[in-house]
Design a protein around this ligand. Structure first.
Ligand SMILES: *Cc1c(COP(=O)(O)O)cnc(C)c1O
Length: 395
């Protein structure tokens, strides 16, 4: 069946759609895959782990044979901490690029690890650009690694990872990417973008359930990383070596979440892989943004920077607009939205990822329209301050 005709099934228990960047709305077959129990040491589960790792590597395209995939128990942040602690040696130094909460979290993780780092903090949403990264690397030869966020989920900005990768490689440094909310929907082909390691998790664009993350790294980097890690349980090198020797995870794996993820990977492939998945999310975003703009809402970001993952909208300036009420009334209509994370102006976010298509997004827009009417909000126009804020963003 052509991708465009694939039916997205509504949640069978009538639960609201999660318009959030993970956990997100999963397919029924993904939830169903969790009905069986698996022995973590058993051949069947070991084969599932290997199949999952191979399927993830196949998303990298040409050159994938130089990389390996290491799953890691815990939420996405555990996997980020594992990546930073394993690949940046104790005598290394990182340049952390931040334009939102997840970049700042990476810097905070480096501080916890007691590892040397400097932070380029661009504020709520301005993208770190290639030239400024190049200048910092030029001025500070001690920097060994650059840490970048692919899609900064706190604003929904798609950072210019190609630019950042190019200047990092040109300066002879190594790039570590938090592609948590992008991998599986936005290309990260190793032939196009040079990186040492990247990290993502089960409950984002592959549309599995929460429970683990995974690090994809150059085999040479994995080999060199022995002994770097500060933590026994988060040591990616140790997990990798053990898994390649025994087929098993070192400590209890989230067996049900892995089974669900494998089903999610089959669905991802059936949808046309990264291109198919990214295409559906892009249509979701386009329908959402167009419909919301018709209601008078404005996006924080200009079109160029909008990711197909999640979109930030300014709250309307009308006094009758109260976010908590808007949230509750949207939930009553079947849609769970997400509060904003901007420090300067009020905002909220709507995710485009998970088991939903453009038809669902049309219903989201209708629900927003009805909700505004119910609240007595005549216009969704944001305050002038919000638009001034946006004007700071170069085209
Ligand atoms: C979701 C996400 C994470 C990890 O968050 P957890 O709550 O630990 O799963 C990290 N970085 C980005 C960019 C994310 O979107």
């Amino acid at each position: 069946m052509p991708v465009s005709e694939r039916q997205i099934e509504p949640p069978r228990l009538g639960e609201p759609y999660l318009l959030t960047p993970g956990p997100l709305t999963t397919a029924y077959s993904v939830k169903e895959a969790m009905l069986r129990d698996w022995g973590s040491w058993d051949d069947d589960f070991r084969a599932m782990t290997l199949d999952m790792r191979m399927r993830l590597l196949s998303l990298l395209g040409k050159g994938a044979e130089d990389f390996d995939c290491v799953p890691m128990q815990g939420s996405g942040s555990f996997a980020v901490e594992a990546m930073l602690g394993t690949f940046i040696p104790p005598d290394g130094k990182a340049l952390v690029l931040a334009n939102g909460a997840y970049g700042l979290r990476s810097a905070q993780t480096m501080a916890y690890l007691g590892r040397d780092h400097i932070l380029l903090d661009k504020g709520d949403y301005l993208p770190p650009r290639g030239e400024e990264v190049a200048a910092i690397l030029h001025d500070d030869p001690a920097i060994t690694h650059v840490v970048a966020i692919h899609c900064e989920t706190s604003s929904g900005i798609l950072n210019p990872i190609d630019e950042i990768a190019r200047v990092t490689q040109a300066a002879g440094r190594k790039l570590l990417i938090d592609s948590m909310s992008a991998f599986g929907a936005i290309d990260l082909k190793v032939a196009d973008i040079c990186y040492e390691a990247m990290v993502s998790s089960a409950n984002k664009c592959i549309e599995g359930v929460p429970g683990f993350g995974f690090v994809i790294a150059r085999k040479s980097a994995l080999e060199d990383a022995r002994g770097n890690c500060h933590s026994l349980s988060l040591d990616v090198h140790a997990q990798w070596a053990h898994m390649n020797k025994t087929g098993q995870w070192r400590f209890t794996p989230p067996t049900h979440a892995v089974a669900a993820f494998l089903e999610a990977l089959h669905q991802h492939e059936a949808e046309g892989g990264v291109a198919g998945r990214g295409g559906r999310y892009t249509r979701n975003r386009d329908v959402l943004v167009e419909g919301m703009r018709d209601l008078g809402f404005e996006t924080l970001l200009k079109d160029r920077w909008l990711s197909p993952i999640i979109v930030t909208f300014f709250c309307p300036s009308d006094d009758r607009f109260l976010f908590d009420r808007f949230y509750q009334l949207m939930k009553a209509r079947g849609f769970i939205i997400y509060p904003g994370k901007l420090t300067v102006v009020d905002s909220f976010r709507i995710g485009c990822i998970g088991q939903m298509d453009e038809n669902v997004m049309r219903r989201v827009v209708s629900a927003a329209k009805e909700t505004l009417e119910e609240m007595g909000v005549a216009s969704a126009t944001p305050p002038a301050k919000a638009l001034e804020e946006r004007a700071k963003l170069a085209a």
